[in-house]
Design a protein around this ligand. Structure first.
Ligand SMILES: *Cc1c(COP(=O)(O)O)cnc(C)c1O
Length: 420
């Protein structure tokens, strides 16, 4: 018996099925990726995708909202409880629009915003010039200390004093160390700026209590819901009560029309999961695994930006190995280890073949992998780096990776072939 989906559109079904196999048969080490639960997957694929719900609970522009209001209220309540926030917007479509909407709510076009530069681990939407956040606002960018690879709060304070930004942005996409949000709050306060934290990468670590929460120290906290937080692709803005109305207005009608209610339902499910002891154990293990992997890589003489990690990700600086990021990422992909090439602080190589490689442990941890497997992964990465053009060596690792993957199955498959 073929499934209904397979009968209706075998072309799309086949591609999704192949992607599902790829995700099961690889070590997925892009630190922003994960595996969601079956419940999150089902909510995403539910009938809520059929519903228009412009407006907010209790104040919609279309009828038929008895259940959409319940779903959105539940997602809001769970978000505020989990993160201890006074206000929240769960309608924003993803992390990038969450940032733009928040800046628009707290500043005007042309205002000065200040965030971490992209090549130093910041996100495009922290004011990098190709992003609208770098075009609509007067963007000032801070950088990491070149020697330590870490945030230098004194330098950030000096830059803030000089430029007096309206918004100071904390948070990053490729920063392996803990961030001190009280320091950002102090700097922001000292220059009369709003502190906006973008915790997209570490939201799951914050929920799991293995990273300091920015919520008490920021005017607004933006996040994606699909990275370490392990929900559907989506976004969220947590905020102080006084900013909630402006932020809601910036999201709708400022930037968006109808909310994606199926995503909001899946966010609610993920937030429910994130409030459990199991999730705390997962978050703890994500960090323990990253530490162990970092130690393993260092034993093979790999240089790590900042010397290690406090969170879920590792940034390797390959310059001491005479390698660049892209060929190594490609060779690792052949071996079944999927990660991404990345700039490192002070990189002189261009963004298309930078000197670094970014790795993370969330997806592997969700599969149940622990320290022992991290030692193995470090060894494989080293072997691939030493044999970047040796197909036979890489093929051997590919087989070993497949074997390991078979021992740590991914959460239940979604579009399983009925007759297989
Ligand atoms: C991933 C990320 C975003 C953007 O999220 P999208 O959902 O891809 O738009 C924003 N900020 C940070 C820090 C991120 O890591």
């Amino acid at each position: 018996m073929l499934s209904q989906f397979e009968k209706t559109d075998s072309a799309v079904f086949d591609i999704i099925h192949q992607e599902e196999n790829r995700q099961a048969a690889a070590l997925r080490m892009i630190p922003s990726e994960n595996y969601v639960s079956k419940a999150v997957m089902l909510a995403t694929g539910s009938c809520l995708t059929n519903k228009y719900a412009e407006g907010y609970p209790g104040k919609r522009y279309y009828e038929g909202q008895a259940f959409t209001d319940q779903i959105e209220d539940l997602a809001r309540q769970r978000a505020m409880t989990l993160f201890g926030a006074e206000g929240v917007n769960v309608q924003v479509h993803s992390g990038s629009p969450a940032n733009l909407a928040t800046y628009c709510a707290l500043a005007e076009v042309g205002s000065t915003i200040m965030g971490l530069a992209l090549p130093h681990g910041g996100h495009l939407t922290h004011g990098w010039k190709v992003s609208f956040t770098g075009k609509f606002f007067n963007s000032v960018q801070y950088e990491l200390d070149a020697k330590t690879g870490r945030l230098d709060y004194d330098k950030i304070a000096d830059l803030a004093k000089k430029h007096k930004p309206r918004i100071l942005i904390s948070g990053a996409s490729a920063y392996p160390r803990a961030i001190d949000f009280t320091a950002f709050q102090e700097i922001a306060k000292s220059v009369g700026a709003y502190h906006v934290c973008d915790m997209a990468h570490i939201a799951g670590l914050v929920a799991g209590k293995v990273h300091m929460s920015p919520v008490p120290y920021a005017d607004a906290v933006t996040t994606t819901t699909h990275k370490t937080l392990r929900g559907p692709r989506g976004g969220m803005i947590l905020c102080k009560k006084e900013h909630e109305a402006a932020i809601n207005k910036a999201v709708f009608p400022g930037m968006q029309g109808g909310p994606h209610m199926h995503t909001i339902a899946a966010v609610a499910v993920a937030l429910g999961e994130a409030a459990t002891p199991d999730f705390e154990a997962y978050a703890k293990q994500v960090v323990a695994n990253a530490k162990r992997l970092a130690d393993g890589l260092k034993r093979f003489d790999f240089d790590l930006v900042s010397g290690g990690t406090d969170n879920h990700l590792i940034l390797m600086d390959l310059r001491n190995k005479g390698l660049t990021g892209k060929p190594l990422a490609k060779a690792l992909d052949c071996a079944g280890i999927v990660c991404n090439y990345n700039s490192v602080p002070g990189d002189t190589a261009g963004p298309f073949n930078p000197s670094g490689l970014r790795l993370g442990t969330p997806a592997l941890t969700t599969r149940g992998m622990k320290e022992q497997q991290m030692d193995q992964v470090a060894e494989w990465i080293n072997t691939v780096a030493d044999n970047i053009d040796n197909e036979a060596v890489i093929a051997k690792i590919t087989d070993a990776v497949l074997e390991l993957c078979a021992q740590f199955p991914v959460p239940e498959l979604f579009v399983q072939r009925a007759n297989q």
